[in-house]
Write a protein that binds this ligand. Structure first.
Ligand SMILES: Cc1ncc(COP(=O)(O)O)c(C=O)c1O
Length: 385
């Protein structure tokens, strides 16, 4: 008997993610890597010093399962300051190992066998495997370029008695679009009378280029049945720390924690300590993030303005979409491989975020969380096409 003859994969259609594949190819070919979404500049030195200090001063054992009190209190203040929402740090906030764990725990806690979960495609690649592992089934509303606005008629048609969870993400990866207050209102009207929960992935909450970001935290009714997920990785340029958190009403938090306590129990204690101290000492630390990234977005867009790429709107996140249909007929995966090989720039094909991408869509995603010099050199290479 061989293992392969008895092993039935629970995720047969999942392989290595496109981020791993494109980053590996970029490294192999020495290309500028604008594919995976991580900054190439350092986090705040004061936060790094606090983390070193936390390790050296004996903060190295398990933290409470729900997260260190200093961090949960700081998160409660942050949520109140930014969104005017008062949350109970003891019963409504849970610190997790990145937003990824938060999303995974939420889905595992709420989705029963045969339940339906509605996603908006293109969707972050973690959502569907987590739903599949929980025994659920994904239903998808397709968002289309250039504005990727939700179609509420199409959404309403997907609702059934089996719909248990809606998964939204704003500001949105990979499109850089942001929901409007009226979208949240339409969502609320559609699900108000049903027994449905909402998982709102708001990891790019501080990276939005309009007046203010729409958030479920600000929607009095929706927030009562939602789990809102955030990530310090995105807000403090620390993707490798993997510290995130979930804000949810107490009854939902109880269920979430039943999973969290067995998935990770707790998140790295010294990193929680450092973030707790940092947020307490520098409460405005995340407020400059939008203007910091707006400048990078504008540098990249300015440098590509006269290229043959068509720039799609970018209202938030650190991702810029480019339509390359004037340059090539290759599908987007083949085009990204060609770009790495021939142009020396790595990007992400947007079709991989769809179950079924719109036919003939020719769009790639660039990450602009990079030093200006890197963005300008990438744009110079792309402008030669
Ligand atoms: C939309 C979205 N959700 C969740 C995550 C995961 O965040 P974390 O690194 O904190 O697990 C990411 C990371 O890229 C993301 O883009």
């Amino acid at each position: 008997m061989t293992i392969s003859s008895t092993l039935t994969s629970k995720l047969p259609s999942v392989g290595t993610t496109i981020f791993t594949r494109m980053s590996a190819l970029a490294a192999e070919k020495g290309a500028i890597n604008l594919s995976q979404g991580f900054p190439d500049f350092p986090p705040d030195a004061r936060l790094l010093a606090r983390a070193s200090q936390a390790i050296l001063t004996d903060n190295n054992q398990y933290s409470p399962m729900t997260g260190l009190p200093i961090l949960r209190d700081a998160i409660a203040s942050l949520v109140e300051r930014h969104y005017g929402r008062k949350v109970n740090a003891l019963s409504e906030i849970t610190v997790t190992s990145g937003a990824s764990e938060a999303i995974f725990d939420t889905i595992a806690a709420l989705v029963h066998n045969g339940d339906e979960v509605i996603l908006f495609d293109p969707a972050y690649d973690l959502y569907e495997p987590a739903v599949t592992l929980a025994g659920g089934v994904c239903k998808r509303v397709t968002l289309t370029a250039p504005n990727f606005r939700p179609d509420w008629q199409a959404f309403a048609e997907l609702l059934t008695d089996k719909t248990r969870l809606i998964l939204i993400n704003t500001p949105h990866n990979p499109t850089g679009s942001c929901w409007l207050a009226e979208d949240l209102e339409s969502l609320w009207r559609a699900i108000a009378s049903r027994d449905i929960y909402l998982l709102s992935d708001e990891v790019y909450e501080f990276i939005h280029f309009g007046e203010s970001a729409v958030s479920v935290h600000k929607h009095a009714e929706l927030s009562k049945r939602s789990l809102v997920v955030s990530s310090f990785g995105k807000s403090f340029h620390l993707t490798g720390w993997k510290v995130g958190y979930v804000v949810a009403p107490a009854e939902l938090t109880v269920e979430l924690r039943k999973v969290h306590q067995f998935v990770s129990f707790c998140t790295a204690t010294p990193l929680q300590q450092a973030l707790g101290e940092h947020l307490t000492a520098e409460p405005e630390a995340s407020t400059g993030l939008a203007s910091f990234y707006r400048q990078k977005r504008d540098v990249l867009r300015g440098a590509l303005a006269s290229s043959r790429f068509k720039l799609l709107p970018c209202e938030g996140t650190y991702f810029q979409l480019l339509d390359y249909s004037a340059i090539s007929d290759l599908d987007d995966v083949a085009f990204c491989e060609w770009l790495i090989d021939q142009v020396g720039v790595a990007a992400i094909p947007v079709s991989v975020f769809y179950q079924q991408a719109p036919r003939d869509q020719r769009i790639i995603r660039l990450c602009f969380a990079k030093e200006e010099i890197t963005l300008l050199e990438a744009a110079r290479r792309l402008s030669e096409l």
